[in-house]
Design a binder for this molecule. Structure first.
Ligand SMILES: Cc1ncc(COP(=O)(O)O)c(C=O)c1O
Length: 407
């Protein structure tokens, strides 16, 4: 008899996005003449930059001729992309990362989800609350959690991100092994300073722990004092893995390209206390289970680093950041405390009511869809997330409606 992985039965359906979709459909059926603007989505809306499209097309043409056709590429990614990444994203910022430490992939979702495979079952895992759900659910699937009680899994350590700590949790008093951090944060839009990240690096070194640092929104950082990479922090090479993605940076959500940095200095220990290279283990894992990202997509990603590509991708993120600035100006004018939106495409807004009541009010009275904060964890109750991923016109219309309802 074929048996299931019982851990899957422990997964809670968050119902978040299906609940939102259901409510939006019901509203549209009851008020067919009202148009609805979605400021809840985490997907980009603007086209790929021109230089990216050109590189993409040229590479497709190469695939159309026997002379330039490419079959399987290196599982870790082509050198032309790994070299560009190491140079532009790390070395240019004073972070010592070698091209051989970059693993190109088809998404930060799979990489952040898969990386936990390298570790023991009885690991103590710490996740932020509110959280990008992939970190939690992949550990549930792996069997690292027990029952679900009061909106949390027993067996996980939750790092409360609250108004009191500026939505940047400090290291816990207890000892944990694997720590998920995400800055600029989804969903709160909060960013971490060098000194805050230094505290985490110090903690990880002291406890022989590992930080999985998700920097999927790095391209939205504008404040010169904020670190773009955890490797800007001294000592991080031994205790941190970093995940990046072209999804939000360059509009690749439907094109799929990302990468993970696994420094050669990162180790984890076996039962006898012997250290094993995580670089070697991840390489083994990827070469066994993954066959690389398509050649045209990697050429498209490499175009992000050309002079034109930099200018165009910067313009893309600037566009969303201007949307975010408009949202923030409006919510603050109305008197709703807001974080994020300055170095991030997300805004985290304190509603003064519970998250779903505020969601209903915004939908029914303003025709605007947000994401209820409670869907991201217990600490998200009383907040909503607004996203800057939409057209300027839709954002402006949504804000006029929100202001007329709430002001
Ligand atoms: C924090 C965070 N990490 C990773 C991802 C996934 O990125 P990708 O499109 O590269 O899989 C997302 C996408 O929403 C995200 O919000």
């Amino acid at each position: 008899m074929i048996r299931i992985n019982e851990s899957y039965t422990r997964l809670q359906s968050t119902y978040l996005f299906s609940n939102i979709a259901r409510k939006v459909t019901a509203f549209q059926e009851s008020a067919p003449d009202k148009d609805v603007i979605k400021l809840g989505i985490g997907d980009v809306t603007r086209a790929l930059p021109e230089s990216v499209v050109n590189a993409f097309k040229t590479a497709v043409d190469e695939m159309a001729s026997d002379d330039t056709f490419r079959g399987y590429g290196p599982e870790q990614g082509y050198d032309f992309l790994r070299d560009a990444i190491a140079q532009a994203d790390f070395n240019a910022r004073g972070a010592e990362i070698d091209a051989s430490e970059i693993f190109v992939s088809d998404g930060a979702k799979c990489d952040t989800g898969n990386f936990q495979e390298l570790f023991a079952q009885d690991l103590v895992v710490a996740v932020p609350d509110p959280v990008y759900p992939v970190y939690v659910d992949t550990n549930v699937m792996a069997g690292r959690t027990k029952t679900w009680t009061d909106g949390r899994y027993e067996g996980l350590v939750y790092l409360d991100s609250t108004e009191a700590n500026g939505f940047v949790p400090p290291p816990p008093g207890e000892s944990v092994d694997l720590i998920y951090l995400c800055f600029p944060n989804n969903p709160t839009g909060a960013t971490a300073t060098k000194s805050q990240l230094s505290e985490w690096v110090r903690y990880a070194r002291e406890h022989r722990a590992l930080i999985l640092f998700d920097a999927a929104y790095e391209a939205f950082i504008r404040d010169d004092d904020l670190p773009h990479s955890i490797y800007e922090i001294e000592g991080a090479r031994e205790v941190a893995i970093e995940f990046r993605s072209y999804s939000k940076t360059a509009g690749f959500t439907g094109t799929r390209c990302a990468y993970t940095v696994v420094p050669r200095d990162c180790v984890a220990y076996d039962e006898s206390g012997k250290a094993h290279s995580l670089h070697d283990m991840w390489n083994r894992r990827q070469t066994t289970k993954f066959n690389g990202v398509s050649y045209p997509v990697q050429r498209a990603a490499a175009a992000v680093y050309s002079a034109e590509g930099r200018r165009q991708t910067r313009a893309l993120t600037d566009y969303y950041l201007e949307n975010a600035r408009l949202i923030r100006t409006t919510t603050e004018r109305i008197g709703l405390p807001t974080v994020g939106g300055e170095n991030s495409p997300y805004l985290w807004i304190k509603t003064g009511t519970d998250s779903w009541s505020f969601f209903d009010r915004l939908l029914e009275e303003a025709g605007v869809v947000c994401t209820p904060g409670s869907g991201f964890g217990r600490c998200g109750e009383g907040y909503i997330r607004l996203s800057a991923f939409n057209s300027r016109r839709n954002v402006q219309t949504a804000l006029e409606r929100i202001e007329s309802v709430l002001a």
